[in-house]
Design a protein around this ligand. Structure first.
Ligand SMILES: [Zn+2]
Length: 123
């Protein structure tokens, strides 16, 4: 499990929400790619692919299928930044993946998209 792409570095079992608890709070410094009023995109602190950027809403949204009572505006804002970042990765490398995890695949219970390129760095 510690080698799954969904596990951020430094986030042990202590937190179920790396993004609110660490990245957005500033407790863990992140290398920002894009920041808007509502969205943060940053290089993954423990990348699983050679290019691995995570895009999250600044407000807490549990997942793509559980908006936590909020509306789609947060998802739209996140996807707008995902499109921007993915366009740049595809332009730089000729290919790009975008993925989000749900249910047991989602280790950090805060909506996030992985924008990545290349072969996995670990098995
Ligand atoms: Zn959160």
């Amino acid at each position: 499990m510690s080698d799954s792409p969904d596990v951020p570095a430094g986030a042990g079992p202590a937190t179920e929400d790396f993004y609110c608890d660490e990245a957005l709070s500033g407790r863990t410094a992140v290398d920002v790619v894009v920041e808007t009023d509502t969205v943060l995109a940053f290089h993954h602190t423990h990348p699983f692919w050679p290019v691995h950027i995570v895009v999250v809403p600044k407000q807490h949204v549990p997942s793509l299928i559980d908006l936590g009572g909020g509306d789609m505006s947060a998802v739209h804002d996140v996807l707008s930044v995902v499109r921007h970042v993915a366009r740049q990765v595809a332009a730089d490398h000729g290919a790009c993946r975008v993925l989000t995890n749900l249910g047991d695949y989602q280790d950090s219970k805060h909506l996030h998209f992985h924008v990545n390129y290349g072969e996995p760095l670990r098995d």
